[in-house]
Write a protein that binds this ligand. Structure first.
Ligand code: PGA
Length: 259
């Protein structure tokens, strides 16, 4: 069970570089971010480079322990014949403290199923990584009124797989129609979905009470404050706007607006 000392500072500002920034670019990014973003401990900042750039990013981080690192996926086995996959213990060895699992690109481009996402989350926890479990509906599912059913199905599969483990994970609500499109969910859309996810988490006997719920999908410097100010939004998972150190620093320093 997570104790308070292990609680992450919120908001959580996470940058998912996807398949961008090799080792040299990753190191240059870290130096620029360190200049643009002085250390602060009232929030959690995490970068998710491609796995191959993780060691270079970890080295370039030098003394900046306030900037956490993670990988964009992990396999459910600790080693073996799984060409192209990353094992969670190896990610830990390379400097990761977090792992994204179930990103919509993994689900929709690479065909990852709900049960696999759960196994990946379980393997991350087993290795000492905090998983960020991504869930979210497509535009067709939303239009068909299936938002809640999709979130419930995806969440249940992941939570069932980690039921016997620590509640040391995060959820990212990422509507597929908002990812990489420039069309972010409104703060109200995010608040409604987060409230539903929170109810689903609470239904698990309170074990998951402190689990942060992040919003992802076209988060930019100019909408970050409004999204972070939406009720129930504990942080953001940023794709495109995390690739530039200045725009990521602007999001990492955004103050939640509470209008
Ligand atoms: P985006 O990506 O910010 O480029 O929309 C978000 C994500 O995929 O996590």
């Amino acid at each position: 069970m997570t104790n308070d000392a292990d609680r992450l500072a919120t908001p959580v500002i996470a940058g998912n570089w996807k398949m961008n920034h090799g080792p040299a670019a990753a190191a240059a990014f870290m130096r620029a971010l360190a200049d643009a973003h002085p250390p602060r401990f009232d929030r959690t900042v995490i970068l998710f480079p491609p796995a191959i750039s993780l060691p270079a990013l970890a080295r370039a981080r030098a003394g900046r322990s306030d900037i956490a690192l993670g990988v964009q996926n992990v396999h459910w086995q600790a080693d073996g014949a799984f060409t192209g996959e990353t094992a969670a213990p190896m990610a830990v060895e390379a400097g990761a403290g977090f792992a994204i699992v179930g990103h919509s690109e993994r689900r929709h481009i690479f065909g990852e199923r709900d049960d696999e996402v759960g196994r990946r989350a379980a393997a991350a926890l087993e290795a000492g990584l905090r998983p960020i479990i991504c869930i979210g509906e497509t535009l067709d599912e939303r239009r068909a009124g299936r938002l809640e059913a999709v979130l419930e199905r995806q969440l249940a599969a992941a939570l069932d797989a980690i039921a016997h483990r620590d509640a040391d994970f995060l959820i990212a609500y990422e509507p597929v129609w908002a990812i990489g499109t420039g069309v972010n969910a409104t703060p109200d859309d995010a608040a409604n979905a987060h409230a539903y996810v929170r109810r689903l988490l609470d239904a698990r006997a309170g074990r998951t009470a402190g689990v942060p719920i992040l919003y992802g999908g076209s988060v930019k410097p100019d909408n970050a404050a409004d999204l972070l100010g939406a009720p129930g939004v504990d942080g953001v998972l940023v794709g495109g706007a995390s690739l530039d150190p200045r725009s990521f620093a602007a999001i990492a320093n955004a103050r939640a607006r509470e209008d």
